[in-house]
Design a protein around this ligand. Structure first.
Ligand SMILES: Nc1nc2c(ncn2[C@@H]2O[C@H](COP(=O)(O)OP(=O)(O)OP(=O)(O)O)[C@@H](O)[C@H]2O)c(=O)[nH]1
Ligand SMILES: [Mg+2]
Length: 158
């Protein structure tokens, strides 16, 4: 293995972080209570001779300390947002933290299978304003496996 990299999956509650990790990784370890992540999801994937260790964070506000801890040593972040709701306060906090810590990231706009066009367009405008330098923005649906291969291509080249 030429490299081992830590990638952290972030985003507010219920945006689809765990669902997306299940599509990326064959054997995921997850800790949930009533369908909500209450610790860390973990799995790894080998892409381009690199072992990528994926750590999925919980999205509930009370787990801010765990998001902060998990970001230690992160090489890259997959930031998942929900096309059906737009950005929440936690998402804005995450964006601020990533910029402050200078951690590169890709944005996956999830749930485009069931979103309203106006909400999606507003979300994209908000992302353009808050993340003007983000090179990787993908629209997809973790549930339907849509956008996952594009995401893998990005991870191959981090
Ligand atoms: N329509 C739709 N629903 C989705 C999609 N991805 C995930 N969901 C649903 O959204 C809900 C939350 O998904 P999770 O993967 O548990 O979300 P999460 O971000 O891990 O949630 P927390 O761990 O609580 O922060 C579940 O009911 C999923 O089935 C998608 O692409 N489209
Ligand atoms: Mg989860």
């Amino acid at each position: 293995m030429s490299k081992e990299l830590k990638v952290v999956v972030m985003g507010s509650e219920d945006v689809g972080k765990t669902t997306l990790m299940e599509k990326l990784i064959e054997n995921i370890g997850k800790v949930e209570h009533n369908g909500t992540t209450v610790a860390i999801d973990y799995g790894n994937i080998i892409l381009n001779n690199k072992k990528i260790h994926l750590f999925g964070t919980p999205g509930q506000p009370r787990f801010e300390f765990m998001r902060e801890l998990t970001l230690n040593g992160a090489y890259f972040v997959l930031f998942i947002v929900d096309a059906t709701t737009g950005l929440k306060d936690i998402d804005k906090k995450i964006i601020d933290t990533l910029h402050l810590k200078n951690i590169p990231y890709a944005i996956f706009i999830n749930k485009v299978d069931s979103c309203d066009n106006e909400v999606l367009n507003n979300l994209k405008n908000e992302i353009n304003e808050l993340c003007p330098n983000c090179e990787h923005i993908i629209e997809g649906s973790a549930l339907n496996n849509n956008g996952i291969s594009k995401l893998k291509l990005i991870l191959e080249h981090i």
